[in-house]
Design a protein around this ligand. Structure first.
Ligand code: DAT
Ligand code: MG
Length: 151
C-alpha cells in the first residue's frame, strides 16, 4: 500500500505562473515521496495518448492545444493512498468547484486552465507513469522520514 504511485503533472499554466514549487511542496509536506520528476514539452501525439479517454469531448482540441503550449513538469509520487489523496489535494476538475485549501481551489479559476493533473485511479496511474517515464527514470529509495510518516 505504501508503494502506491500516482502521476502528477504541473500543466503549462502552472509552470508559467511559478506554482511548480508550491505543488511539489504540498506533496512533500504531506509525507509523500517523489520518485520521478522531469520538465518536458509534450508533443500533441503524446498528449492525445495521455488524454485518449477524452478524445470525443468537444473541449479535446483546446485541451491538447493548451497542454502542448509550453513545458510541463511531470512527476511520480509514492505513498499510502497517494492516488486518492493526490486527487483530493488537487481539488475538483472545475476550479470553481474546488474548495479553498486545495491546489486548484487556491490557485486557479477556469477549468481549461486548472494548472495541474493527477491520476484518477491506481490503474490509470500505472498507465500514465508508463507513458511519461521510462523504467530508468523511476527511482526506488527509502526516504529517511519513512518511519516518522508511517507507523
Ligand atoms: P481531471 O483533470 O480532474 O482528471 P478530466 O480527466 O475529466 O479531469 O479532464 C481532463 C482535463 O480536461 C481537465 O483537467 C480540464 C479539461 N476539461 C475537463 N472538462 C472540461 C470542460 N467541461 N471544459 C473544458 N475543459 C475541460
Ligand atoms: Mg482525468
Amino acid at each position: 500500500a505504501k508503494e502506491e504511485r500516482t502521476f502528477i503533472m504541473v500543466k503549462p499554466d502552472g509552470v508559467q505562473r511559478g506554482i511548480v514549487g508550491e505543488i511539489i511542496k504540498r506533496f512533500e509536506n504531506r509525507g509523500y515521496k517523489l520518485v520521478a520528476c522531469k520538465m518536458c514539452r509534450p508533443s500533441k501525439e503524446h498528449l492525445e495518448k495521455h488524454y485518449a479517454d477524452l478524445s470525443k469531448k468537444p473541449f479535446f482540441p483546446g485541451l491538447i492545444q493548451y497542454m502542448s503550449s509550453g513545458p510541463v513538469v511531470a512527476m511520480a509520487w509514492e505513498g499510502k493512498e497517494v492516488v486518492k489523496m493526490g486527487r483530493a489535494m488537487l481539488g475538483a476538475t472545475n476550479p470553481l468547484d474546488s474548495n479553498p485549501g486545495t491546489i486548484r481551489g487556491d490557485f486557479c479559476i477556469d477549468v481549461g486552465r486548472n494548472i495541474c493533473h493527477g491520476s484518477d485511479a491506481v490503474e490509470s496511474a500505472k498507465k500514465e507513469i508508463g507513458l511519461w517515464f521510462s523504467a530508468e527514470e523511476l527511482q526506488s529509495y527509502k526516504s529517511c522520514e519513512f518511519e516518522w510518516v508511517y507507523e
